[in-house]
Design a protein around this ligand. Structure first.
Ligand code: THU
Length: 154
């Protein structure tokens, strides 16, 4: 799979990527997920080294809720519009479990990640854990959304 790097052990990841994952794990604590009990954390490293995190925020009107990745990315776009995002890590766990489980960004978040890349004209690395437990680093959000819809399609 071109554009993806796989790591069987957490310790094999770079120190920077490990740090980002740990911060995403911390961010999952602020998840507001009374409906799904699924706590997601996302942390993004900006080009100036700053790290911005987000967690999923749900609502009694279910579609009004927002995924952790978009909370973090929209926060970055609105508060640091001149910065670019180098990497984003996403993790999840069930509310009654301290152990983290593999999670992969939903389709809408992938679409938003793609727009971030187009806007900054630079790839954004995406760090996640695949279903088989391996860590995956995608060199670009683009690889997560083949045959995508973008501004060129309009
Ligand atoms: N969720 C995320 O925050 N990110 C994802 O990539 C997958 C799903 C959230 C949305 C909802 O609050 C809960 O997880 C269950 O879908």
């Amino acid at each position: 799979m071109d554009g993806f790097h796989f790591f069987s052990e957490f310790a094999e990841l770079s120190a920077q990527d490990q740090d980002l994952i740990q911060l995403a794990r911390k961010a999952s604590n602020s998840s507001y997920s009374p409906y799904s009990q699924f706590m997601v954390g996302a942390s993004a490293r900006l080009d100036d080294g700053r790290i911005i995190s987000g967690s999923n925020q749900e609502n009694a009107s279910y579609p009004a809720g927002l995924c952790a990745e978009r909370v973090a990315l929209f926060h970055i776009a609105s508060s640091y519009p001149d910065r670019s995002v180098d990497s984003i890590a996403v993790v999840a766990r069930r509310a009654n479990d301290t152990k983290f489980k593999p999670v992969s960004p939903c389709g809408i978040c992938r679409q938003v990640m793609l727009e971030v890349e187009l806007k900054q004209n630079k790839p954004m690395r995406v760090i996640l854990q695949s279903a088989d437990g391996r860590w995956v680093v995608s060199e670009s959000a683009q690889h997560l959304l083949p045959f995508s819809f973008g501004q060129d399609s309009l």
